[in-house]
Design a protein around this ligand. Sequence first.
Ligand code: ARG
Length: 285
Amino acid sequence: MKNSMSRRQFILAAGALAGSAVLAGCGGSSTSSSSTSTSADSSSSSASSSDDSYTLVKDGTLTVVAELGFAPFEYMNDKTGDPEGFDVDVINAVADKMGLQCEYLPNQKFDTLVPLIKQGGKADVSIAAITITDEREESVDFSEPYLDSNQAIVAIKGSTETEATLNDASKQVVCQGGTTGNDWITENLPNATCVPVDDVTAALTGVQTGLYNAMVVDLPVAKYMLTNSFSDLDIIEEIATGEQYGIAISKDNPNLTKAVNKALEDMKSDGTMDSIETKWFGSTI
Ligand code: ARG
């Protein structure tokens, strides 16, 4: 976490000047961002540095961590080996507005993302369709919400299951571990067996094969996955949880949250957000 202009930053800046556009969507030379050399306590101790400075794991780069199995928000493009999705476009645009490159760490399990940001040192932000919850807000800060969401119950087509029939000791309801879907099952289907798994595709495959009676997952993901890969599954119920997604950032880095919020605000007012929504959802939502 050393600062001063690194060789890499210099090369990137030089590349940007030369008009190089290798890193699509997250280029740009850095002018306004500054990172301090101490990792914590940017509140009052640094009298001389400007008080809008924030720290970055790597100079000139917004380092992002996510669970990359949550289409259309984040998934791996098998051909390019790069992450793609709504969130990927959002964070690239945020980085771009901040004059930073953006770099993804390798895929991580969903329930490790908030602890990883809390712990610090590996990633600056996590964007992963993470619902802002009171419990998570005890560990990390969130940006302003960037999207509204709800949950869905998914079952095999023609299934007669309902919320009521699923709340039974004979029923297995799968979810991604550590998600708000997981919490919803625990709270609302206390008699069912809740089965948390790491991978959403594996969970849906399990519903397909009859291993599980149903899955609870974010509604936009259910819609996307059913349209694109699981045409034999159905959304049997939409659950109006009224969730909002936010970008998770360390509490030790409040100015990074401010800078991200500023970028999001600009993206809302200049139409960037609308065009990303239209790209992934066919309309603004
Ligand atoms: N919105 C849900 C939550 O915050 C699920 C998010 C899962 N995201 C992912 N990339 N797997 O708990």
